[in-house]
Design a protein around this ligand. Structure first.
Ligand SMILES: [Zn+2]
Length: 429
């Protein structure tokens, strides 16, 4: 897979970075179905950043695109302390905090750990969440490494991380909450709802509503593994641009199931994407490294970090996908690998009855690329074993420096459909 180098220099970083990135997207971006004036509003910025004169942002961005001399920017505005998690966080600080999210069985409070870096320069707020499914540990490590490398003096804006959202599940090595509910079906949650709904509400109201953008990190479920990929609602301009900025190389269009954090955030006007990589309860270095590099790419694109070189893979955009399910139970074996390109009627694997030795073949019902797959295991009829993405257009090359961030076909042009039930399935049973 080829890699594209994108150079960016953001020495005049101010709060205009995020606005500038959006302006660039909206004025030059691809062909979204959402008009610029109907795109969801970005979450309310910090008060100090809100006063940014838009004409200055506009001219600065045009200068960056077209190459002429950058006009003088106004002096930096005050960048105030912010109150978060019951504390005042001053610029230049990196802290650990906690979010109170209900009570445990024994009456003690549940405090979800959080990390905050408040930069020394005004800028947007980026939120990072992981561990909504308590057995998906890869994203937890991605956030840990990201915060370890972040220095407040190098940062414009603020990064808030909640690395273990489902603390109960994490402690038990379980995907679920103690009541067997899937937390990622209850966002944005309700203050007086079920236990899951209350936890979701505490996270959404206490953290997510403070964000200008969100990256939620996940892994495959039920002994399945995912090719590192970004999932986003590509019918909205801002998630689409965020997905491009991550630069992992595989982008899958998905609105997300109702109640997922990503969908709830997008519907609340907060651009959100999901990084899916690997499998539950496993840590793989290359998946973690891709995640850490992707988050850095996002921060550079938002104007939060300066980088002379950022590496983004060429973007493979999948507007359609389908899970292939087995019709018989037994021992599932396969020699296929993540990322394989398959043609319709290709042999993907076998399912063998362990007693009778009866064997059935798993056949590809469509051509595409394997984005997710089950590990060899015992399966029951109906178990989803391969997730095949359909690339509707040739590969989209990573844009040159200063080029519009993403020029994929619109979902309508690509023939995307919401009638295909598996297309939006985040974690099939
Ligand atoms: Zn998950």
């Amino acid at each position: 897979m080829g890699r594209g180098k994108t150079s960016s220099s953001t020495s005049d970083r101010t709060a205009s970075g995020w606005c500038g990135a959006l302006l660039l997207t909206l004025s030059l971006g691809g062909a979204p179905t959402v008009r610029a004036d109907s795109a969801p509003a970005v979450a309310e910025p910090e008060p100090a950043a809100a006063a940014a004169p838009t004409h200055a942002n506009d001219s600065a961005d045009r200068a960056r695109i077209d190459g002429p001399e950058t006009p003088a920017l106004p002096p930096p505005r005050p960048w105030e302390p912010v109150k978060l998690f019951g504390r005042e966080i001053v610029p230049g600080k990196k802290i650990r905090a906690s979010l109170r999210a209900g009570e445990s069985f024994t009456g003690g409070s549940i405090n979800i750990p959080a990390l905050v870096v408040r930069g020394t320069i005004p800028g947007p707020t980026l939120c990072l969440t992981a561990g909504i499914h308590g057995d998906e540990v890869s994203g937890i490590e991605v956030i840990r490494q990201t915060f370890e490398s972040l220095q407040a003096e190098d940062l414009a804006g603020m990064v808030i991380g909640v690395p273990v959202v489902n603390l109960h599940g994490f402690r038990r090595g379980s995907r679920y909450l103690p009541d067997r509910r899937d937390l990622n079906r209850f966002f944005p949650g309700r203050p007086n709802g079920s236990s899951a709904s209350r936890t979701a509400h505490a996270v959404f109201s206490g953290v997510i509503r403070r964000c200008d953008a969100l990256v939620d990190l996940h892994s495959g479920s039920f002994y399945r593994t995912n090719l590192p990929q970004i999932r986003a609602d590509l019918t909205h301009q801002q998630p689409l641009a965020l997905a491009w900025s991550f630069g992992v190389g595989v982008v899958l269009h998905s609105k997300g199931m109702p109640g997922t954090l990503r969908r709830a955030a997008t519907e609340a006007g907060i651009p959100a994407i999901t990084y899916e990589a690997g499998e539950a309860m496993r840590l793989k270095m290359h998946e973690i490294e891709r995640g850490v590099a992707g988050l850095r790419n996002v921060m550079v694109w938002l104007g939060m970090l300066t980088a002379l070189d950022t590496t983004r893979d060429e973007q493979n955009v999948f507007y359609k996908s389908r899970w292939v399910r087995v019709n018989d139970g037994g021992i599932f074996l396969t020699e296929r690998a993540l990322g394989d390109l398959v043609q319709v009627d290709d042999h993907l694997g076998t399912v063998t009855d362990p007693i009778s030795n009866e064997r059935t073949n798993v056949i590809a019902p469509l051509s595409g690329r394997i984005l997710g797959m089950a590990a060899p295991q015992v399966v029951i009829p109906g178990f989803a074993v391969f997730h095949i993405g359909v690339a509707s257009k040739p590969l989209v090359e990573a844009p040159a420096p200063g080029a519009p961030p993403f020029t994929p076909p619109t979902p309508d042009e690509a023939g995307a459909t919401t009638e295909q039930p598996d297309a939006a399935e985040e974690h099939p049973q």
